[in-house]
Design a binder for this molecule. Structure first.
Ligand SMILES: NC(=O)c1ccc[n+]([C@@H]2O[C@H](COP(=O)([O-])OP(=O)(O)OC[C@H]3O[C@@H](n4cnc5c(N)ncnc54)[C@H](OP(=O)(O)O)[C@@H]3O)[C@@H](O)[C@H]2O)c1
Length: 414
């Protein structure tokens, strides 16, 4: 089979864009060259000659010699304009922009169908881990029960540094930013939004339902206190930010992002630093575990390269679950085991949100409650009180409760 020649128009030459440029130079077997690079800032020093760059998107979008657009910019709205224009013009597109995909997935699927061109985005979820194509090709049936994991490299890096080196939250965040692991707007990472965008994409490929970002509850790591870390140390646990989508007994799917206490027996326990880890559970084969670098120039660029390579063989996502399976329903009526820390003054207020409280502690200034709480009430508590919430046991959820809470009204925007 003859591989197609790719003539690339590249948008963005930051961390990932420059990484792609370097990785492509070392991938001679891929029949691909970058023809033009579009960036924003005319005054920025560039590591390659100035005549490789343009500042006008039309220089790429209007160039008939360019047959693939790679979109690696850091603005989701501008990215959607570029990507949708490229698809409309009949060009294949590769992107790493999870916020843009999560906000427009249904429209992007329609555009691909209408114009008969593919949009690939493996780099958008867990950077170097080949998860989307596995969900599309290998798990293309209805036996998948859950997709859960650490999907944000910078928060995992921050949590690892806080736990292992005793760094403060601010110092660990600064280090993640210096290493190029954090998004330009750090709240996207620390508030759990980036993880939520990835979960939305993973859930669409895993279960077929296309949610809106406002329909998935996300709690971040920005409220975690030294008391929470001390609790983890005393119990031999680690705090990790997990994105989870799992089928419940009634066939509905629960999807949310929250910090979790993870025990050493859990495979995600040893996923540290900028690594990501995803566990998939199926009805007959139990757990599979994927791990790899979840951020950084080369790991992300390597996923873009893999998508480019797939394009040379005319690969496209078929959205098998979206197209061929009965549509899945998402539900927030799930009971969670949760640790909630706050100032001691709030202890009774916080406890009132729980179905049942089993354990309480207070040192007069800070306190925690541990017990069961519905996901809906978890979201309400998170929105209404200054509280740090950490799920205690990810393996014992899924029980039904009728929370009667409107999640969309409680989900914040970054
Ligand atoms: N960094 C990671 O580890 C990672 C991992 C997975 C996915 N991603 C995703 O990859 C994308 C790029 O991230 P990054 O870390 O490489 O960002 P970055 O380092 O901030 O670079 C952004 C680039 O986009 C350019 N840009 C912004 N607006 C533009 C526009 N309207 N037209 C043309 N160029 C424009 C900037 O131009 P100037 O150079 O002129 O400022 C810059 O070169 C994002 O969607 C991000 O979510 C990143």
């Amino acid at each position: 089979m003859q591989r197609k020649k790719l003539n690339i128009g590249l948008f963005g030459f930051g961390c990932v864009g420059f990484g792609l440029y370097q990785v492509l130079e070392r991938t001679p077997t891929l029949n691909a060259t970058i023809k033009t690079i579009c960036v924003k800032d005319r005054h920025k020093q560039r590591p390659i000659p100035a005549d490789r760059f343009t500042y006008h998107k039309e220089d790429i979008l209007g160039d008939k010699d360019i047959n693939v657009i790679v979109e690696l910019i850091d603005n989701a709205d501008e990215a959607f304009e570029i990507v949708s224009a490229a698809l409309r013009s009949g060009r294949a597109v590769v992107t790493a922009n999870k916020k843009m995909i999560a906000e427009h997935l249904a429209e992007l699927i329609d555009l691909q169908r209408t114009h008969g061109v593919p949009l690939l985005y493996e780099a958008s979820c867990c950077a170097s881990i080949p998860i989307l194509r596995n969900l599309e090709e290998y798990y293309d049936n209805d036996l998948l029960e859950s997709v859960e994991g650490i999907v944000n490299g910078s928060t995992n890096y921050i949590l690892t540094k806080m736990a292992s080196e005793g760094l403060s939250y601010d110092a660990a965040l600064k280090e993640a930013q210096q290493k190029g692991y954090a998004e330009s707007n750090p709240l996207l990472d620390t508030g759990g939004f980036d993880a939520k965008y990835k979960l939305l994409i993973l859930a669409a490929h895993a279960f077929g339902g296309i949610l809106k970002p406002s329909e998935i509850f996300n709690a971040g790591i920005d409220r975690i206190t030294p008391l929470d870390q001390q609790y983890a140390r005393e119990k031999g646990l680690k705090v990790k930010l997990l994105a989870r989508a799992f089928k419940k007994e009634d066939g509905t799917v629960s999807a949310f992002v929250s910090p979790h206490y993870i025990a050493p027996t859990d495979r995600l326990y040893n996923v540290d630093d900028v690594y990501n880890g995803v566990t998939l559970k199926t009805v007959f084969s139990e757990d599979q575990f994927f791990s790899g670098k979840g951020a950084g120039a080369y790991p992300t660029a390597s996923a873009v390269i893999s998508d480019l390579s797939a394009l040379t063989y005319d690969y496209k996502y078929e959205y098998k679950k979206v197209n061929y399976y009965e549509h899945i329903t998402y539900s927030h009526d799930t009971l969670l085991k949760v640790y909630a820390s706050s100032q001691s003054d709030y202890q009774a207020d916080v406890a009132a949100y729980f179905e049942e409280v089993w354990e309480q502690f207070s040192n007069g200034r800070q306190c925690y409650n541990i017990g069961t709480i519905s996901l809906g009430n978890y979201a309400r508590l998170y929105a209404e009180k200054p509280v740090s919430l950490i799920v205690i046991d990810r393996h014992t959820t899924g029980e039904e409760v009728l929370a009667g809470v409107d999640i969309e009204a409680l989900v914040a925007t970054p």
